[in-house]
Design a binder for this molecule. Structure first.
Ligand SMILES: NC(=O)c1ccc[n+]([C@@H]2O[C@H](COP(=O)([O-])OP(=O)(O)OC[C@H]3O[C@@H](n4cnc5c(N)ncnc54)[C@H](OP(=O)(O)O)[C@@H]3O)[C@@H](O)[C@H]2O)c1
Length: 250
């Protein structure tokens, strides 16, 4: 039986992925900081899914949790999903929150991969997945650190995909557009092409099965964002000014 460990698996896309893999018959481990979220959201699957109360920004704790799961259950797939966003957009960065974002959204992925590779490299097999974002394709106004951490995750995965193939390990970065989860439920701005979390989880699991290098969705939104990324930056700046982005506490 295959085994998957999902960081930040207690709500949103992580929770939907955990439920989906459990339904497929996989052994599942999830982590999060707040056990009540696990207790509330996995009432029927509680006995099937192992929960670890861990902050992904704590390298030693995360390493111990992933080592424990892989030793007692196994580890074929690691999904580094835990992430935090902004409560509101700001022109002048909130640096305390920005540093927190770097620790959780980027270092949290590195720590998870490090722990998983301890197990996967000696076995010469395994899959590493990180949830980046379409927000990592271009520097977006008002969410500078979020865009930066998601861009870092994308590039980190791209490099590792090339490096780890020869060790039998596949690396995928997933770049969702807007997905309806607790993370986006406090947004007051428009969220084009927003998708439900169960549908997003299905798409992500399919991309993982296909061992894609990068998977961005929904297709139309991802294509627009990619085209914006190819524009000369002066055009991009003009486009974003034309959009008259409102930075106030939206
Ligand atoms: N929703 C979107 O539109 C969207 C779009 C693109 C990318 N993403 C990315 O997708 C991932 C999942 O987001 P989501 O939308 O499903 O959000 P969510 O519902 O808020 O879920 C976030 C999960 O991460 C956990 N988490 C947060 N900080 C953590 C930490 N320091 N240590 C351990 N666990 C932590 C949360 O549990 P605790 O609070 O209990 O720790 C929760 O289980 C994130 O990386 C996000 O950036 C989301």
């Amino acid at each position: 039986m295959k085994a998957v460990f999902i960081t930040g698996g207690t709500t949103g896309m992580g929770m939907e992925l955990a439920k989906l893999y459990a339904k497929k018959g996989w052994k599942v481990g999830v982590c999060g900081r707040d056990k009540t979220k696990f207790d509330d959201n996995f009432q029927t699957e509680k006995d099937q899914i192992a929960f670890y109360q861990v902050d992904v920004a704590n390298r030693a704790e995360l390493k111990a949790a992933i080592a424990d799961f892989s030793k007692s259950i196994g580890l074929d797939l690691l999904i580094a999903n835990a992430g935090i966003g902004y409560k509101f957009k700001t022109k002048i960065p909130d640096f305390d929150w920005s540093y927190k974002m770097v620790h959780v959204n980027f270092l949290g992925v590195m720590y998870a991969f490090e722990a998983a590779l301890d197990v996967m490299v000696p076995r010469s097999k395994g899959q590493l997945v990180a949830i980046s974002s379409i927000a990592g394709y271009n520097g977006l106004p008002g969410v500078s650190a979020y865009s930066a951490t998601k861009a870092a995750v994308q590039k980190y995965c791209e490099s590792l995909h090339l490096d780890l193939r020869q060790f039998g390990i596949n690396v995928t970065s997933i770049c969702p557009g807007f997905v309806d989860t607790p993370l986006t439920q406090s947004n007051h701005h428009k969220m084009p092409f927003i998708m439900s979390a169960p549908k997003a989880a299905e798409k992500i699991a399919h991309a993982i099965e296909k061992k894609k290098m990068v998977y961005a969705f929904p297709f139309f939104f991802a294509t627009i964002v990619r085209i914006l990324g190819m524009l000369p930056r002066t055009w991009y700046r003009a486009f974003m000014s034309f959009k008259a982005v409102n930075y106030s506490k939206e």
